[in-house]
Design a protein around this ligand. Structure first.
Ligand SMILES: [Zn+2]
Length: 347
């Protein structure tokens, strides 16, 4: 297995917003730079494979997935907001909840409310640059599997991406790394299944592929009636138009433990097998771990090995994209255990 990692991701760090007096200070801005460093240390110490810097595939594969106006906003929001509001980072506080996008705001704050759906994705000075390299990390892993023929590659992406849609970001995410990788693989002639096992529904990935039949999207996540992102991820969301029948959600009750989780996973894998894909893009979130400050499942450390093995038995070329996981003491171990289970099952 080969690993891609961009060490300068630490230039984007919402931990800067933690204040001792903030309630749930570890939960709301839980997507901290330390996460990437902990996972990196753990995969290196476990000897899972060699680690490379990502290559630069340019803006085109990102622009093939995301709307131009949102990319421009992500690039200029920090400077514009600083000028406009005299403070940083850029965070929206007013949202274009039910209005269409045809009237374009002339302010950064107004634009943020049009292209962002919550307040958990602050834009710092280097956020655009780090998000760009997170997407390049995913593309590098995709290229290794698609063009070079590696069986498994791991993109240690930070920030994560699965909540970001074509023209809407939020949920600690800016660019949808998994969708950018999957879309690029489709352009190379691959039939791609995306499996999202983050604790939260991958609403951005679902939205990007909702009308398309050449990418299957399956997501196992907490019941959106009870959990973020609240408005997407229900079991009856099957796709639209040509994409109808290519989207499957498997919402789980809060406090789900391993046996019920593995049954849902088996159902998702059955859908994936029936699709007969050339390759799998896996959105790996380990915020399903018991005690995760943002999660509410009850998976133990050893569960991740069995989940990895069950996915590995698909015997598909697999691009693993890091999404969530916020319980710092066990984060690295859970990712390593998953990747070991995945690789051992494919050998
Ligand atoms: Zn998550």
């Amino acid at each position: 297995m080969h690993i891609f990692y961009y060490p300068e991701h630490t230039r984007h760090d919402p931990a800067l917003l933690h204040r001792p007096d903030m309630p749930q200070r570890n939960a709301y801005y839980a997507e901290v730079a330390e996460r990437g460093e902990l996972i990196h240390t753990a995969v290196v110490e476990a000897g899972l494979g060699s680690v490379s810097l990502p290559g630069d595939f340019g803006l085109e594969p990102i622009a093939d997935v995301h709307r131009h106006e949102m990319l421009t906003l992500l690039q200029r929001a920090y400077d514009g907001f600083l000028l406009e509001a005299g403070t940083e980072p850029a965070i929206p506080n007013t949202f274009s909840v039910r209005n269409p996008l045809h009237r374009r705001s002339q302010t950064i704050l107004g634009l943020l409310g049009q292209y962002c759906f919550d307040t958990s994705s602050p834009i710092f000075k280097d956020t655009w640059d780090v998000a760009y390299w997170s997407a390049q990390t995913a593309l590098s892993a995709a290229a290794l599997v698609t063009a070079v023929g590696e069986q498994i590659s791991y993109a240690l992406c930070r920030p994560p991406g699965h909540h970001a849609a074509a023209d809407l970001f939020g949920g600690f995410c800016y660019l949808n790394n998994a969708a950018i990788a999957a879309n690029w693989m489709v352009q190379q002639g691959q039939r791609v299944a995306v499996l999202d096992i983050d604790y939260h529904h991958g609403n951005g990935t679902q939205a990007i592929f909702y009308g398309r039949s050449e990418v299957l999207f399956c997501s196992i996540h907490a019941d959106p009636f009870k959990e973020y992102p609240y408005y997407w991820g229900f079991a009856d969301e099957y796709g639209r138009g040509a994409g109808k029948g290519y989207n499957f959600n498997f919402p789980l009750p809060l406090d789900t433990e391993e046996p019920a989780y593995l049954i849902a996973l088996d159902k998702a894998l059955t859908r994936i097998r029936a699709f007969v894909p050339d390759a799998l893009v896996l959105s790996l979130g380990v915020d399903t771990a018991v005690g995760d400050p943002v999660g509410g499942c009850r998976l133990e450390r050893e569960s991740y090995g069995r989940i990895g093995a069950q996915i590995g038995r698909l015997h598909l070329p697999t691009v693993v994209i890091q999404e969530g996981g916020y319980l710092l003491p066990t984060l690295g171990y859970n990712v390593v255990t998953f990747l070991k289970g995945l690789t051992q099952a494919t050998e």
